[in-house]
Design a protein around this ligand. Structure first.
Ligand code: C2E
Ligand code: MG
Ligand code: MG
Length: 564
């Protein structure tokens, strides 16, 4: 209930206003002179102060000034005699809201009060919004920040809950490989890019929508006025197009790749956090496919993510519970049909799903960053196993054990030291270990890869390139790397006997590999016919079901007996 203070020396006016305004649900006090008015004003905070300009002891403006000193938000209204000067500098300074001329009409008093209160409310809202915006702006780009954006989403959700037709969409915009811009051109250009992108993103908003910077190179747009999903997607595409136009920052021309995760909500039953989480999932989807995409969140994505999370938990638990095991497959030398090596192949002894093959969990382990932990365990376990076999069969001291190495494992800092540790712990010769690398290792960052390969080679550990021909590397590429073996994958061997073209391709690979002094291994040899083809190509070694399937560690001594 608003409080009104009337300061007027005319008792009839005080009484008339008291009675006239009583129906309006105001709390009304009155004073008959300046001094008592000021006193009352100090004791209570009034919303409206109606003061007669001419009081016996002072002017109405004096009263206003004194009361404003303690209640700055009070709305001053001045009663003047007919024809008196309506505004003075003093009155302006005191922000007098209105002047009422005697004789007063009750209607105009009421109107004046209502107008004053309304104006004050609007002003308060404005200052509130301003204060909030000043507080939550991102200092680099000047855009609202995450908390401000979340407040806007919350607001849109509340507004939408009253209107079932309402539509809300959020675009989450992220620069692809922003780090490389910073790395290549420096942080000053990086900052310039963010400022420029902020402007472009802002230009994508319309109506009640806003743009914000949520984090380092992540921006968001709230679309509150879309009519259809198609329209939202079109807006996102337009925004992506704008963002990807070349920009010149500090004399450097930069061209961004931008991904946009989109979430569209119809029912609005979600919280702002849910909305953003879904948009993040859609964005992650874009990134996983190499960026430069626009992706709308859907339910399948959520289910996938839940399944992935569950899988991740199971795998972590599996590692912890020692559910991972190694199988081993012999590699046979064609020249004399004696044992040339083994390959360690991982399996997951899943408590419910049984024995899982590597393609069922290795790619996922790579994706969620568990591959290094797994791969390092494989090296430790294989090293331990191999030592115990050597104790049973000294001939194995001359034979290498092949271990598959994932790209990220290979690129781990301190990987060569880790390998040396495995050798010394198990008292193995460096030549007892052969690392199987895929072509992607060579493609990753060839200078860095060559350095690591050289240092591994220096220790005396052997190197093989696995599944050659399934990647993209050219044959001529091979000579740059210090390799020992080239393994031809099962998919080529399978076609060898039935496809003349394939035979020619493999022949070219084998001939070149031999010229480069590499030992060639054929994988996946299952039949006599395949073995004949492999022999005719002059391939050195064979790994395949024809000789043996991969077997448990405990069976290996028996499996290799015929090949001594
Ligand atoms: P890879 O390194 O090329 O391993 C050879 C694959 O061919 C093995 O499949 C093996 O069981 C299979 N194979 C061997 N002989 C035959 C045959 O005659 N016919 C057929 N059809 N297949 C044959 P596996 O064990 O399922 O492994 C698949 C892939 O998983 C491996 O391919 C390797 O890239 C990866 N992998 C296995 N163990 C590890 C590991 O410890 N670490 C990492 N990073 N990857 C691993
Ligand atoms: Mg392999
Ligand atoms: Mg292979």
């Amino acid at each position: 209930m608003e409080r009104i203070l009337i300061v007027d020396d005319e008792g009839s006016i005080r009484k008339a206003l008291q009675i006239g305004l009583a129906s309006e649900n105001y709390e009304i006090d009155s004073a008959s002179n300046g001094i008592s008015g000021i006193q009352m004003g100090r004791q209570k905070a009034y919303d409206v102060l109606i003061a007669d300009l001419c009081l016996p002891d002072m002017t109405g403006l004096d009263v206003i000034e004194k009361i404003k000193a303690t209640s700055p938000a009070v709305i001053p209204i001045v009663i003047t005699g007919k024809g008196s000067m309506q505004s003075s500098l003093e009155a302006i300074r005191l922000e007098v809201a209105d002047y009422l001329e005697k004789p007063l009409s009750l209607a105009s008093v009421k109107e004046s009060i209502t107008r004053g209160l309304e104006r004050r409310l609007v002003k308060r809202r404005e200052t509130e919004v301003q204060a909030r915006e000043n507080l939550v702006r991102d200092s680099l780009t000047g855009l609202p920040d995450r908390s401000h954006f979340m407040a806007h989403i919350a607001q849109a959700i509340t507004a939408g809950s009253r209107d079932k037709e309402r539509y809300l969409a959020v675009l989450l915009i992220d620069i692809d490989r922003f780090k490389s811009i910073n790395d290549t051109h420096g942080h000053k250009v990086g900052d310039g890019v963010l400022i420029e992108l902020a402007q472009r993103v802002k230009a994508c908003t319309s109506g009640a929508g806003i743009a914000a910077r949520l984090g380092e190179d992540t921006f968001a747009v709230l679309i509150a006025d879309a009519q259809s999903d198609e329209q939202v997607v079109q807006k996102a595409q337009a925004c992506q197009h704008t963002a990807e136009q070349p920009m010149i920052i500090d004399g450097v021309q930069v061209r961004l790749g931008v991904s946009i995760g989109i979430v569209i909500k119809h029912g609005f039953l979600n919280s702002g956090d849910d909305v953003l989480r879904d948009a993040e999932m859609a964005l992650a989807h874009c990134k996983k496919r190499g960026g430069g995409r626009v992706q709308v969140f859907d339910k399948a994505m959520l289910e996938q993510a839940v399944a992935a999370l569950q899988f991740e938990n199971e795998l972590r638990l599996g590692i912890h519970n020692n559910e991972l095991i190694l199988h081993y497959q012999p590699i046979i030398r064609m020249r004399d049909r004696r044992l040339g090596g083994f390959e360690a192949l991982i399996r997951w002894n899943h408590p419910e799903r049984g024995l899982l093959e590597p393609p069922e969990f290795i790619p996922k382990a790579e994706e969620i960053g568990l591959i290094n932990q797994i791969g390092n365990w494989v090296l430790e376990e294989a090293g331990r196993q191999f030592k115990t076999w050597q104790a049973q069969n000294p001939r194995l001291e001359k034979i290498p054990l092949n271990v598959n190495i994932a790209v990220s494992q290979f690129l781990q800092p301190g990987f060569t030291e880790f390998l040396e540790g495995i050798l010394s712990e198990n008292n193995l010769a460096p030549s007892n270990l052969k690392l199987e690398l895929t072509e992607s290792v060579l493609m990753e960052d060839s200078n860095r890869s060559i350095d690591i390969l050289e240092s591994i080679k220096e220790i005396g550990i052997k190197l093989a390139i696995d599944d050659f021909g399934t990647g993209f590397s050219a044959l001529s590429y091979l000579q740059q790397f210090p390799l020992d073996d080239l393994k031809i994958g099962e998919s080529f061997i399978r076609k060898l006997a039935v496809n003349a073209e394939c035979y020619e391709i493999v022949k070219t690979i084998v001939d070149l590999a031999k010229k480069l002094g590499l030992n060639v291994v054929a994988e996946g040899v299952e039949t006599e016919q395949q073995l004949e083809k492999v022999k005719s190509l002059g391939i050195d070694m064979v790994q395949g079901y024809y000789f043996s399937r991969p077997v448990e560690g405990s069976a290996i001594i028996d499996v290799i007996k015929p090949f001594r």
